[in-house]
Design a binder for this molecule. Structure first.
Ligand code: SAM
Ligand code: SF4
Length: 333
């Protein structure tokens, strides 16, 4: 699958729920959230069929996200069926980490079950090492659970674990160095993410936005010049650097300030309510649940995917007074 700007689509980000056990300020609307009714959510069978069709069209990597994907019942069985899909070479999971250490059967943690089900890369959100600040950001007192979730994930032996930190002025700007040290001590890749206007609009403003450039300056004033690693890429838009004198790698995701951000985009998103979304930062989305439930053939659904990819914009709209039509929690990041 290739769009009209030459983006080759090989990566499908699949949100399996709009529900979450946390309430991060930058992700959830602050007014009371109404969850989607169950019949409005793609069943796992439907989701697997769409992944299969995407794989036929060249998708080789999927990432399961949400909401918090680990809150959905039977998630392990669902993920365990993805490796059967021919063409899928990599399965990622994005999680807030709160449930990774939970024992799902005696002696078996959620993290170990996910690894056995075929997950090779896990992204865990961690914005601060301070418990109080964590509670303020997420609305929940789950800091300890996340820290043990990270340890348990390391012990489970995933191919790759990354920590994701959303930059927030006044909230976690004092945490950049502690988080780098935390990640370094565990041999994990840490990535700093610029906040995007995909929540209530008032969350992102001049008072709380912090650019990756500013984060880099803070880091460099502490460690010395960062060394760009142009040869290293994961599947996403992050740019990576090495800390001087160390093997440690850190990444930056600058959707707002990096003008080249969209050039290497290889992604398509499937929301839990069955919308194909060609770009996180564009209003465009297309309801594939309707034809799916109306009995469309695989060939028709394949054509649907191709039509959506053809509508993929050259770049996101975040810098053009974008007003979110959907919250991040409903898209899946
Ligand atoms: N619940 C999981 C988690 O927190 O990792 C997966 C879903 S969450 C929507 C995926 C990622 O999006 C997380 O790393 C989160 O920090 C990030 N995110 C959410 N809202 C954001 C925003 N407004 N700007 C930038 N990143 C955001
Ligand atoms: Fe939940 Fe993740 Fe959104 Fe936080 S960022 S509210 S953990 S979906």
């Amino acid at each position: 699958m290739q769009d009209r700007y030459g983006h080759r689509i090989s990566y499908l980000r699949v949100s399996i729920t709009d529900r979450c056990n946390e309430r991060c300020t930058y992700c959830m609307p602050q007014e009371l959230q109404e969850w989607l009714p169950r019949e409005g959510i793609l069943t796992f069978e439907e989701t697997l069929r769409l992944i299969r069709i995407a794989a036929d069209l060249g998708v080789s990597k999927v990432r399961i996200t949400g909401g918090e994907p680990l809150t959905r019942r039977d998630v392990i069985n669902f993920i365990g069926r993805i490796p059967e899909i021919s063409g899928i070479k990599s399965i990622g999971l994005s999680t807030n980490g709160t449930l990774l250490a939970r024992e799902i059967t005696p002696g078996e943690t959620m993290a170990a079950a996910l690894r056995d089900a075929g997950v090779n890369s896990v992204n865990i959100s961690l914005d601060t090492l301070d418990r109080e600040t964590y509670s303020q950001i997420t609305g929940r007192d789950f800091h300890e659970q996340v820290l043990s979730g990270i340890d348990v994930a390391i012990a489970a032996g995933f191919g790759q674990i990354k920590l994701n930190t959303v930059l927030m002025r006044g909230r976690n700007e004092d945490q950049l160095i502690p988080l780098i040290e935390f990640a370094g001590a565990r041999d994990l890749i840490l990535r700093f993410i610029e906040m995007m206007p995909v929540s209530t609009t008032d969350v992102l403003d001049e008072d709380n936005f912090m650019s990756i450039l500013e984060a880099k300056r803070t880091i460099e004033s502490f460690y010395g010049s960062l060394m760009p690693e142009t040869g290293f890429r994961t599947n996403g838009p992050a740019t990576y650097y090495q800390l001087p004198g160390r093997k440690q790698r850190i990444g930056f995701i600058g959707a707002m300030t990096n003008l080249h951000f969209c050039e290497s985009c290889n992604k398509l998103r499937l929301t839990c309510d069955g919308k194909l979304r060609p770009c996180l930062g564009s209003y465009l989305e297309f309801d594939i649940m309707r034809p799916l439930r109306a009995g469309a053939s695989d060939a028709e659904l394949r054509q649907f995917f191709l039509d959506v990819v053809d509508r993929k914009p050259r770049e996101h709209d975040f810098r053009n007074s974008y007003q979110p039509n959907r919250k991040m929690i409903a898209i899946g990041g």
